[in-house]
Design a binder for this molecule. Sequence first.
Ligand SMILES: [Zn+2]
Length: 158
Amino acid sequence: MLPRPGTYTLIFSARKICQPEIGRLGSLQLTPGFYMYVGSAFGPGGLKARIAHHRQIARRPHWHIDYLSPFLKLIEIWYTYDPAHREHQWAQIIASTRGISVPRIGFGSSDCRCIAHLFFRKARPSIKTFRNKIHANTKNHGGIFTEKNVFANKAHGG
Ligand SMILES: [Zn+2]
């Protein structure tokens, strides 16, 4: 992953039921399956720096996802270097995908109009389905890449 700006989706697996506290959102019950979180990185260090952040346990949680990620296992990342801000579009596309539910309205979407930036799916989400939906909806969207099975960080349980 390069230090360039872009948009990403983190795919996490959850193996057991637990109920972490998510700052002011209160507690959120996690159930076994897959959680998807959509974000963007247009600041210094771009995607590379942001993904490095998500791979670690945040000492001072800043985003909602920082409270959640210690309870999940990061298994895959979808990302694009497309220069446009695609995160809200990505969130809407994922929200409209079969089998997707919204664990908590407002999670990760305090600053936008999306229902949430966190989604749940019982079965593992497929990048092929996601790419097809994006390209059917958007002309001139940049390439969407994936990185998986490279997360040996023991800090992430799951
Ligand atoms: Zn949004």
